[in-house]
Write a new protein. Structure first.
Length: 276
């Protein structure tokens, strides 16, 4: 061996001594792995082999192919995007320091088809679960809204029945108005009916209060017996005497308006659907 050869050997030997582990930095002997892809993130795969997960790096020179035929001789090139979760693969790898590099990844076309079907089914199932959760959240919000509005009412309709002075008799026009309001009430989900009696300002307050109570009771009785409203839909009747007159409370027409019973169709806010 001449002096130049000796110098070359000495230099290489020194290099391996100065940089520990350089000789073992890359194992050039490939290792075969048969496993299933657990995840694919960028140029990294996690492959499950016999219950253990191994992280493998795809390089610019990694061959990705589908093997065809009975013996898998025919191979078609595929993009890295086809390496999806659930795909069974055979990999040739080399150890590159602490990293495992894939020199080749092969799989069967039928296995890719199966993995895609599973992936699509998983996405569909996930979408269904998200839709079901959104619907459940919507129902929960609606229930909470209704609970917060228990005891609150909207007036959906109202009508008046007028009486002659000192009378509690309901005339034909009043009866028709009560039949109409009863039909309208029964078309409203969650309805309640409120009856409020009034009197004009003639006579003393005690007599007016008694007269307004009697008028409210007469209307309530008609709604229950003749208009067939269920008793559980009737709120307690109220008589207000002459305490809530119409605006001027002086003219004869105003006094006639004061001799009234007002029927309100009330709907609980809690029973109504929220508007978008």
């Amino acid at each position: 061996m001449n002096s130049r050869s000796n110098l070359l050997v000495s230099t290489v030997t020194a290099l391996f001594l100065v940089v520990p582990g350089l000789a073992a930095a890359q194992t050039t002997t490939p290792t075969t792995m048969d496993g299933v892809i657990v995840s694919h993130d960028g140029n990294h795969l996690v492959v499950r082999v016999g219950g253990a997960d191994t992280k493998v790096t795809l390089t610019d020179t990694t061959k990705i192919q589908a093997s065809r035929g009975l013996v898998g001789v025919r191979k078609d090139d595929h993009p890295a995007s086809d390496l999806i979760k659930g795909l069974a693969v055979t990999m040739q790898t080399v150890q590159n320091g602490d990293v495992v590099d894939a020199t080749s990844v092969t799989f069967k076309p039928d296995d890719l088809k199966t993995a895609r079907a599973v992936e699509a089914g998983t996405a569909e199932a996930k979408e269904k679960l998200l839709a079901e959760k959104a619907e459940a959240d919507k129902r929960q919000a609606e229930n909470e809204r209704r609970l917060s509005q228990v005891g609150q009412f909207d007036t959906k309709a109202s009508t008046r029945v007028l009486f002659k002075s000192g009378s509690v008799a309901i005339n034909d026009q009043g009866k028709q108005a009560l039949q109409d309001i009863a039909k309208q009430a029964m078309s409203e989900p969650g309805y309640l009916v409120r009856v409020v009696g009034h009197a004009d300002s003639t006579g003393n307050a005690a007599a007016n209060q008694r007269l307004s109570d009697q008028r409210a009771s007469a209307v309530t009785a008609y709604l229950l017996k003749d208009a067939k409203l269920p008793p559980n839909k009737m709120m307690s009747a109220t008589g207000l005497g002459a305490t809530v007159p119409v605006e001027d409370n002086v003219s004869s027409s105003s006094q006639a308006e004061n001799r009234r019973v007002t029927v309100f169709v009330m709907v609980s806010k809690a029973s109504q659907k929220s508007t978008p």
